[in-house]
Design a protein around this ligand. Structure first.
Ligand SMILES: Nc1ncnc2c1ncn2[C@@H]1O[C@H](COP(=O)(O)OP(=O)(O)O)[C@@H](O)[C@H]1O
Ligand SMILES: [Mg+2]
Length: 356
């Protein structure tokens, strides 16, 4: 039961970003899931956007990690420290989580033992109740799908570490498929391409910037260019090059075919009635990768199924996690009245973190 004045949080613990929703307030935190530590002493130096800004720029004694790197919790202790810091940021000086309820979505690849450990960590910090929820269900709810109906819906969540395809019906997952490639692997493919083609080494953050500004999944997109700087592999000195969107289009091809194969494989494994529903209802795209230009159109062309993009691809999991905790009738109005305001301000660092 939900107590009237109890603080309730919905947390999306993603491989790239952690998003926290607070009932009545909307999205209260959106930060990269990154931790910076002193290598020798293990002392915590920074988390979130502050730690991410150090990537590629830190001295040798500073260790910067994504504790959830490959769609699983790679470093549990660091994940728990990071979560604690984020909650402290949201709570201010108030005692951590005391008496609150926390619904937390965790990457699909984690084990039941890890799932329980996440819940226990949260309870240990004072929460009255903690529930780990399956990410595709939360994402679908946050994207506005009526998942409790006896009809099939397909969700494609393209995050940082993994892509997850799931067919949902009657509030549960009927078939799912996880691909260990997503936003971060596109970044690595861009780094490899630039090295091969131009003998130039670039950092992860530059590669991500390239993907976000001129990346496209569409062959007919308007041509764009971007000048970037890196280090010449042979000479060892900084050098600039100009990349075109056409080049990035060829780089993302391989990733796209993996995603389309995963959609096909998932549809093949689900009962024919549900597959029929999906063809009618379409595919719901969410996660940050859904923002790649032309992706929706491309997936529609390759699968023949209509494709919709969630209104808030980066926030829908946290919103959905929040929706899991209230009664069926009240949850939509509760969330949508609070959240969009917070998220629609592209310049607002607090609300949108480093995505813009
Ligand atoms: N405009 C964009 N175009 C392409 N990719 C994007 C864009 N914005 C964010 N991303 C990518 O989305 C990924 C993060 O998505 P997110 O759903 O937060 O992941 P996770 O759930 O794993 O934390 C990152 O790899 C990021 O580069
Ligand atoms: Mg996610």
């Amino acid at each position: 039961m939900l107590k009237r004045f109890e603080t309730v949080y919905g947390i999306d613990l993603g491989t790239s970003n952690t998003v926290i929703y607070q009932r009545g307030k909307g999205i209260v935190l959106n930060e990269p899931s990154v931790v910076a530590m002193h290598q020798g002493s293990g002392q915590l130096l920074a988390v979130g956007a502050e730690a991410q800004a150090m990537i590629g720029r830190a001295p040798a004694h500073v260790e910067i990690t994504y504790p959830l790197r490959n769609g699983v919790i790679a470093n549990f202790e660091m994940t728990s420290t990071m979560l604690q810091q984020f909650i402290r940021k949201v709570q201010g000086r108030k005692s951590l989580l005391r008496g609150s309820q926390v619904y937390i979505s965790v990457p699909c690849g984690i084990t039941n033992v890890q799932k329980r450990a996440v819940e226990e960590t949260v309870v240990h910090k004072g929460a009255r109740k903690a529930v780990a929820v399956e990410e595709p269900l939360a994402a679908a709810l946050g994207a506005g799908l009526p998942i409790e109906e006896p009809a099939g819906y397909l969700v494609l969540d393209i995050g940082g570490g993994t892509c997850q395809v799931a067919v949902l019906s009657l509030g549960g997952i009927v078939a799912s498929h996880t691909v260990p490639r997503a936003g971060m692997s596109i970044d690595r493919d861009i780094m490899d391409y630039v090295k091969r083609q131009y003998n130039l080494e670039i950092g992860e953050r530059t590669a991500e910037h390239v993907k976000m500004t001129i990346g496209t999944a569409s062959a007919t997109a308007a041509a764009k260019t971007l000048d970037i700087r890196g280090r010449d592999v042979v000479e060892g000195l900084p050098r600039s090059i100009r990349l075109t969107s056409g080049e990035i289009y060829t780089v993302v091809e391989d990733f796209l075919s993996t995603v389309v194969d995963a959609i096909r494989a998932t549809l093949e494994r689900c009962p024919p009635e549900l597959a029929g529903d999906v063809v009618e209802n379409g595919i719901m795209l969410c996660g940050g990768g859904a923002l790649l230009e032309g992706l929706d159109e491309r997936i529609r062309a390759e699968t023949g199924v209509p494709v919709h993009t969630a209104e808030q691809p980066l926030a829908c999991t946290a919103l959905g996690t929040g929706m899991m905790m209230t009664g069926k009738e009240s949850r939509r109005s509760d969330i949508w009245s609070a959240a969009p305001n917070n998220l629609e301000k592209p310049d607002d660092e607090e609300a949108v973190g480093s995505h813009k």
